[in-house]
Design a protein around this ligand. Structure first.
Ligand code: BG6
Length: 490
């Protein structure tokens, strides 16, 4: 492993995400030797008045379960420093800059800095601006990189404003916009499968593929996050980012190499060929839902902190079209929602049926052949199933589905880093492949904004689906209208 010297500056150090995901991830990188154990420090900031001791207790608490020994966890925690910080107070950045320089010297970090903003999105721009204005960026030859959490804006205009604010302090190639779905093993495997196998790439087009279905299903409701979620809704929370990223990787043309610039170029080309709907088309091709009550489960409108006339959607399904030679006439159907049957993410690539069914024609019957389907299970298990038609054992020529299945082994699973660990590591290495570029994010907003506008204008008939189901009937009708059905439907 190449160990990288780095000083982290984390905004939102007392937050939940930091405790649950970031500290354990950085700890794993430390254990594996990807961050240089002697030349690394982290300054955590938050509004609370914490001491270094208190901060380190929190760190220990979040990493101990995963430590080889208490000494190891303590040694790790000793690199953590806390500064109480009001992100809107310019003077605080001067103090931060001095502290960063001091730690840089103390740990001989050589000016490599990673700024990580994990806090309420309305502060993203302020933090970035002040970092530069108050000399928190190093200028002695090390790198300065900014990792920024979602949401990246709430529509095109706010995203652009935010991006302009960031651009005053960081170049595009220094900005790492997190989309944790890009850190998932099976999402990354899409690229491996597509571009490592002529067998797959050869049929990855409208000649052989009938449609592609992407499902991001969640079993839970909004839990304690209604404060954020009710102002967002599923379209912003899951479609504009995670779902669009998955679609892009499924749809893009071959990159000339597996380098971030080459991959990004193709992702952007794919997104530019995506058809942005008119408002009327959006009404036709997107459906929304909000969950009702079921037994003990309250309806969305009666969850804590949700107004009882909320029209926020907790479910979205839609049809997305790419207008290019490869995908002409191949719909990509997407759906995501809270309170569905189960927690899973899957991609179903549905192939066309044979033009002629020689088995049926010999018998003079209707064809019973199924579509071949390649299913990539992204969560909770990493699994691939290729569903073919095969012969039933025995006399005669009866057909039956035949599944070729690959499941990730327990050893592989254990060796698979969590998305955050992988993405932070990529940022340390300066590899932006699995981060969302501004061109991608902005295009996705252009697409989502039309739908959002229609939905903010038209009054929905909510609630319209039952917790524990796969969403509203309209989502089935969306496909039925095209003579199709969801592969997973129960
Ligand atoms: C987040 C959303 O980005 O993704 C959440 O804000 C959602 O609402 C989560 O629950 C799903 O991520 P995962 O990795 O659990 O599928």
């Amino acid at each position: 492993a190449t160990a990288t010297r780095a000083l982290f500056m984390l905004f939102g150090a007392t937050g939940d995400l930091a405790k649950r995901k970031l500290y354990p991830s950085i700890f794993n990188l430390y254990k594996k030797g990807y961050v240089d154990n002697d030349h690394f420090a982290l300054i955590g900031t938050g509004r609370r008045e914490w001491s270094d001791e208190k901060f380190r207790e929190v760190i220990l608490d979040s990493v101990s379960a995963n430590a080889d020994s208490e000494e190891q966890a303590k040694a790790f925690a000793s690199h953590f420093y806390y500064m109480s910080h009001d992100v809107t107070n310019p003077e605080h950045y001067d103090a931060l800059s001095d502290y960063a320089n001091k730690l840089d010297q103390q740990y001989d970090i050589e000016g490599n800095r990673i700024f990580y903003i994990s806090m309420a999105p309305n502060f993203f721009g302020t933090v970035a601006k002040n970092l530069k204005a108050h000399n928190c960026l190093s200028d002695n030859g090390g790198f300065n990189r900014l990792i920024i959490e979602k949401p990246f804006g709430r529509d095109y205009d706010t995203a652009e404003k935010l991006n302009n604010a960031l651009a005053k302090s960081f170049n595009e190639n220094q900005v790492y916009r997190i989309d944790h779905y890009l850190g998932k093993e099976m999402v990354q495997n899409i690229i491996a499968l597509r571009f490592g196998n002529p067998l797959i790439e050869g049929i990855w087009n409208n000649k052989y593929i009938d449609n592609i279905q992407v499902t991001l299903a969640e079993k839970l409701g909004v839990e304690e996050r209604a404060g954020y979620y009710d102002g967002s809704g599923a379209l912003r929370d899951m479609v504009q980012n995670h779902t669009m990223q998955m679609l892009t990787i499924l749809a893009m043309e071959d990159p000339i190499s597996f380098k971030d610039v080459d991959i990004r170029r193709e992702k952007i080309r794919a997104l530019r060929s995506m058809h942005v709907y008119t408002e009327d088309e959006a009404r036709q091709n997107f459906v929304r839902g909000q969950y009702g009550a079921n037994g003990d489960q309250r309806d969305y409108r009666h969850e804590d902190n949700v107004p009882n006339d909320s029209i926020t959607e907790t479910y979205v399904a839609g049809k997305v079209l790419f207008e290019n030679k490869r995908w002409k006439n191949v719909p990509f159907y997407i759906r995501t929602g809270k309170m569905l049957t189960d927690k899973f993410t899957r991609i179903d690539v549905v192939f066309k049926k044979p033009l002629v069914d020689i088995f049926a024609s010999a018998k003079g019957t209707e064809s019973e052949l199924n579509n071949n389907v390649l299913t990539l299970f992204v969560d909770p298990v990493n699994k691939i199933i290729l569903r073919l038609n095969g012969k039933q054992a025995g006399q005669g020529m009866e057909m039956q589905p035949l599944d070729l299945t690959h499941t990730q082994s327990d050893e592989e699973k254990a060796a698979t880093p969590e998305p955050y660990e992988r993405l932070i590591h990529d940022a340390i290495l300066g590899n932006a492949t699995n981060f969302a570029s501004w061109d991608e994010v902005s295009r996705a907003w252009e697409f989502a904004d039309v739908i959002r506008h229609v939905w903010d204008t038209d009054k929905p008939d909510f609630p319209n689906y039952t917790p524990g189901s796969m969403g509203p009937d309209a989502a089935d009708e969306l496909l039925a209208r095209d003579g199709r059905a969801w592969v997973f439907n129960s």
